[in-house]
Design a protein around this ligand. Structure first.
Ligand code: PSU
Ligand code: MN
Length: 313
């Protein structure tokens, strides 16, 4: 009898077919559905995100934990259920073995979605905003597990950078220290989610999808078992002015301090407070960026699948 305790994976039918045929699949997180946006905006956005992935030429595989199993490609009904059920916990990498063992449900963050994607053999993932080093991390030590997971998962991560609620300079330093390649697709700067630029120059700009695919394969061919981070900026019409975003953040940070919010609840709290401070403007931008990032992620995943087909022995 095998003593191997394999993690149960449940593949969506379309995802399984695409993987078997070497066709592009793009993994997506579910924490952004349950914790990133309120119902029913979250369900509507998740559907638009999946449609955008298809428009970009890949099959969407939204990741979640249900009845102690990892879903690799949630169906429409799963997404609606996750979006509308209050209290589904945020599950990051370290929570994953516990939630699986208990047979529970969970919404996966970027970090735990990467664990699932690698187990499932999906090499590309997209999410609009990654976690990072928080402002004040020198005293709070609050660094998202997303960054640590990048050093452990062989998955390419397409994102619109990270929100200005984080310290983006320190986030980039962390990635550099940990030898995680960072490339910016069709822009010179590291984007700040709904702001087109964080004001920080990216180490590398790449304009051609096939060159991005080669970067990813080169990183893995060189023996690294880690992620490659690929940023794509928001579309000009969706972007929020940096000064407006920063002012709203300052207000939100003061409110968080007053309310004593800490730990893994801080991201959600700040996002809601910023949204309130901008009269819903950032929430609209948030949804638009999720959709446009997913579409670019799909195009890059498709270029990568093509690259693999052309270079298969
Ligand atoms: N950034 C956003 N929206 C989000 C998140 C981050 O703009 O919803 C979520 C993602 O699921 C990400 C997680 O993986 O927060 C990181 O949380 P923490 O900082 O607690 O590691
Ligand atoms: Mn944290």
């Amino acid at each position: 009898m095998s003593t191997r305790n394999a993690i149960p994976l449940v593949f969506g039918e379309e995802v399984a077919e695409a993987l078997a045929a070497g066709e592009p699949v793009l993994a997506l997180e579910s924490n952004v559905i349950t914790h990133g946006l309120p119902y029913p905006d979250n369900a509507a956005t998740a559907h638009k995100v999946e449609a955008a992935v298809r428009a970009g030429g890949a099959v969407p595989a939204t990741i979640g934990v249900d009845d102690g199993r990892l879903l690799i490609g949630m169906g429409e009904k799963d997404i609606e259920r996750f979006a509308s059920t209050p209290g589904i916990p945020k599950v990051s990498s370290r929570d994953l073995p516990v939630v699986l063992a208990r047979g529970g449900k969970g919404a996966t963050t970027v970090a735990s979605s990467l664990v699932a994607a690698e187990l499932a053999g999906v090499p590309f993932f997209a999410s609009a905003g990654i976690g990072g080093v928080h402002r004040g991390a020198e005293t709070s030590m609050d660094i998202s597990s997303d960054l640590v997971q990048f050093t452990r998962s062989k998955v390419a991560v397409v994102c619109a950078g990270a929100k200005n609620i984080l310290d983006l300079n320190l986030t980039m330093e962390y990635l550099e220290t940990q030898c995680v390649p960072l490339v910016s697709y069709r822009s010179d700067d590291f984007p700040a989610f709904y702001c087109a630029s964080s004001g920080i120059r990216s180490p590398h700009r790449i304009d051609k999808p096939e060159v991005v695919a080669r970067v990813v394969e080169n990183h893995w061919a060189a023996g690294n078992d880690s992620a490659v981070v690929i940023t794509t900026p928001p579309r000009a019409e969706d972007a929020v002015d940096s000064a407006v975003a920063e002012a709203a953040l300052q207000e939100a940070l003061a409110a968080a301090e007053r309310d004593g919010i800490r730990g893994n609840a801080i991201t959600k709290y700040l996002m809601r407070a910023i949204d309130k401070a901008t009269g819903g403007r950032t929430s609209e931008a948030n949804m638009a960026v999720l959709i446009s990032t997913a579409e670019t992620g799909a195009r890059l995943a498709a270029a990568h699948a093509r690259h693999r087909r052309e270079h298969a022995e």
